[in-house]
Design a protein around this ligand. Structure first.
Ligand SMILES: Nc1ncnc2c1ncn2[C@@H]1O[C@H](COP(=O)(O)OP(=O)(O)O)[C@@H](O)[C@H]1O
Ligand SMILES: [Mg+2]
Length: 205
């Protein structure tokens, strides 16, 4: 738990299933047993901001730790920053091995935040491809994304490599798309209600 990068204790028990009726509760609860991690399957959760993607994966991450599986959790931009920093101090091989090693790797928020693009560095797509390629078929990786998979090429700066990543990851992965309301929006509305002001539209936040 301490070295995993997971900082919040989200649980499936705390998840409000009624708020997200489009989500198949029994399927998620079954996935939460983490047999897919032991089977080395990958998992891709897509959906708009605030629909509970990170919550579910953080809950899975916590379970993984409790079950004695090794875990690393990172937001995509932070993982890429770590590996880009590793290029500067010649620790890239060591660090990418470390990311490739855990039984369960969670890459949260692909599509959120700016990925760096510099001519003298491998693109985000290269770095992510290297990592996914090392793990694919051997160890389980779970990813969330708030953008459509077909937009990964634009986001990561390389359409061909994005396709190669998705060939490995998404084509064979367990796929969940959460099409529903934002819990963040609900919290914001409730706060605004309490203050007696109309909620602002921050659904794109
Ligand atoms: N159905 C839900 N029940 C309880 N809390 C939820 C639910 N969906 C989201 N949340 C909470 O709302 C916040 C935003 O959810 P999050 O999982 O981070 O959304 P996403 O990753 O899809 O943008 C988090 O604090 C999360 O715990
Ligand atoms: Mg999230």
């Amino acid at each position: 738990m301490q070295t995993s990068g997971l900082v919040e204790n989200k649980t499936l028990e705390a998840f409000d299933w009624d708020f997200q009726p489009g989500l198949d509760k029994s399927f998620i609860v079954e996935l939460g047993r983490l047999d897919f991690v032991r089977r080395r399957d990958d998992l891709v959760i897509t959906g708009k901001s605030g629909t509970g993607k990170s919550h579910i994966l953080k809950a899975f991450g916590l379970r993984a730790c409790q079950q004695g599986l090794s875990l690393r959790y990172a937001r995509c931009v932070d993982l890429l920053d770590d590996l880009h920093a590793a290029l500067a101090d010649n620790t890239y091989q060591r660090r990418i091995k470390a990311w490739a090693r855990p039984d369960f790797l969670i890459i949260d928020d692909v599509g959120l935040g700016q990925v760096r693009k510099r001519d003298d560095e491998p693109t985000a797509a290269h770095t992510l491809f290297n990592l996914i390629d090392r793990r694919h078929g051997k160890l389980s990786t779970a990813v969330t994304s708030n953008i459509r998979l077909r937009d990964w090429g634009k986001y990561l700066g390389d359409a061909t490599l994005a396709t190669a990543i998705l060939d490995r990851l998404a084509m064979h992965a367990i796929r969940i798309d959460i099409d529903g309301p934002s819990y963040r929006q609900r919290i914001a509305s409730q706060r605004a209600d309490k203050r007696g002001v109309p909620p602002s539209d921050d659904s794109q936040a």
